[in-house]
Structures are given as structure tokens and as C-alpha cells.
Design a protein around this ligand. Sequence first.
Ligand SMILES: Nc1ncnc2c1ncn2[C@@H]1O[C@H](COP(=O)(O)OP(=O)(O)OP(=O)(O)O)[C@@H](O)[C@H]1O
Length: 361
Amino acid sequence: MTTHDLKAVEKPAVPRDDVLLRATDVTKHYTLRPDGFARHRRVLRAVDGVSLEVRAGETLGVVGESGCGKSTLGRCLVRLTELTGGRVEFDGRDISTLSARRLRPVRPGMQLVFQDPHASLNPRRRAGEIVAEPLLIHRYGNAAAVRRRVAELFDVVGLAAAHLDRYPHEFSGGQRQRIGIARALATAPKLIVADEPVSALDVSIQAQVLNLFADLQDEFALTYVFIAHDLGVVRHVSDRIAVMYLGEIVELAETEALYGAPSHPYTQALLSAVPDLDDGSAPTPARERVVLTGEVPSPADKPTGCPFRTRCPYARERCALERPPLTETAPGRWTACHYPLAAEPLSVLGTPPPATTPPGP
Ligand SMILES: Nc1ncnc2c1ncn2[C@@H]1O[C@H](COP(=O)(O)OP(=O)(O)OP(=O)(O)O)[C@@H](O)[C@H]1O
């Protein structure tokens, strides 16, 4: 895929305090059973104190290497996973402690689109039945109303109504992801968490699906949390980007600011691995290339202090001693680093990073 294939997306400015989703100090820890290597139970810190806000109508990209906790965070945000600690507010309501019964009426408003449409669609169900399922669960209406709504959703995602009775294996990968998107849209959600929604697709059709996401956002005023390891994809679709490392957000900034001048050494290293795009877009300013060496440490055995310090070319003594808080190092830019690469700190995070209004059109 080249970004020639991707449509430019213009978005209106949204009010500063129109926050749809707020995560405060969210943690998800797994207790591992003792094994041959460890005789005691160990705690795996998949998500380790994440705070962020997502404004209504924006796309927040979440990037990081495999295993850094992106999917687990995504599932925590829509409460498909129970949190170990912290709080998630959706549409002004704390959903982290709601009982299953009280969560039920909230669920239609937030949906997840999965990475692998092949694995996430029941192979024994027809496409129309798959898309109808959430409508039946949430008692959308009688059979005729459900049929009408499913046909409408097929149309919205660019699938032919003639294919309603086909099984998932009879569709291409891109079409299967369209079924997954139609299923997510069925209950008219405000928020969609998309977990690597194009990674399993052929490069040639990734752009089509990304363009569909953009069109749907315009049409239905959707808010996205868009998880991806591919920085090229995330750059194109995101208003702001959160960079994760070992279960923590290490940098959060508006997309172009982040790409133009990364503030955290981990972001700098991730961007160093991405070739500059030859697509006519503004070139990335010259930056120091930093090569990431070594493996990501296990989230069951996190380094003391800064989680990135064992791979950071700039690490000093303090980095092993103190965990750096997520700090506003420039307006709208939050960095968890004792020695950020950009501006001086403005304030220390006590509350989640505020959503800053993007420049108007
Ligand atoms: N149910 C579970 N039990 C134990 N550990 C888990 C469980 N689910 C996830 N993990 C661990 O939590 C960490 C974060 O996993 P997660 O899938 O969220 O990362 P990710 O960034 O989405 O990676 P990927 O891009 O490979 O999906 C990993 O070390 C993973 O092995």
C-alpha cells in the first residue's frame, strides 16, 4: 500500500472538553503460575498505569512493538477484560465497576473490530446472521426490522446484499473485514476500538479498508481508538498517537508533532525504523536514526525505573532508580522520560493528559 491510495481526511475541530472516553491509571495484571523457571507466582504487567482521553470524533492511534499491551488496553477500554485497577469512563459514566447487567445497555455504544476477520467470524454462520447477532442480543426489533438493518449495514460497508447468505470462507479477506465492521456498526456505536484491523489483509486492499473506516467516521461521527504496529498506517488515520512500551504510555502527542520531532527515545527509535514516505506528503524532518537493539523485556520482569532504559541509548543512572511520570513537555505533548528529546517539562501528570483542540480547518 502507498499513501497515494489513501484519501485525505479533513475533520472539523471538536470542542476541547468533548471527551468520550477517559482512562485513568488503568492496569491489567495477570498472575502467572509457577513453572520450571520461576518457583513463585509472578505478576505479568500487561497494562501498567495507563491514563488517556479520547475526544468525540477523533482517532487516537496506539502503537508499540508486539507484546507491549496494545490489545489488552483496547479490551480494557471497552470492558471486554476486567481491569485489575484504575477506571474507564465512557460517555461520562464509569464503566469499570458496572455489573454485567448494568453494562449491557452501555455495550451497544462501544464496539471492537478484531485483527483477524477469519478468526473472529463464526465459520458456521452466514454473513447476514453474523451481522444480525448484536441486533438480536440487544433486541433491535422484529425479524423484518433486523433484516432491513442488516441489508442497510451491508450496503454501508460496500458488501452486496446478494451475499447475505454466504459463509465467511466464501469472502475475500477484505470482504471478511467488512463483515466484521458491519457487525461492529450494527448497534450504532459511538466508539470503535479497532485492533490491528488491516494487519492481516493483503497490502493491496489495506487502503480500501482504511478508506472505509474514514468514510464511516465522517458519516456516523465515530470515535476511534486505532491499534496498530505499523506506523505508516497509524500516521495516516490518527489525530493523536499514544506510544506504548511494556504496558505504559511513553509518549502521547498530535500525530504530525510526534512524527516531526519525537520526544521519547523509544518513539525516536520506532520512527527510525520507518522509511520516509515517497508520497508527496511533507517530508519528515531530518532526525537522528536510532536502531533498537535487543528484545523487549518480559512484562513479567519489568526493569526498575524507566521501562525503556535497558534499550535506551541515552539512559543514565536516574533512569534505573525512578519511573518517569507522563509529563507535558510541550503543549499537547506528553512524555514519560527523565531526559526528553524536545522541550522542557511544563507540568507533571496528576490527571489524564487533556485533549487539546486541533487547529481549525
Ligand atoms: N490472558 C493472558 N494471560 C497471561 N498473559 C497475557 C494474557 N493476555 C495477554 N497476555 C500478555 O500480556 C502482554 C501484552 O499482550 P498484548 O496482546 O496486549 O500485547 P500487544 O501489544 O497487543 O501485542 P501484539 O501486537 O502481539 O498483539 C504480553 O506479554 C502477553 O503475553
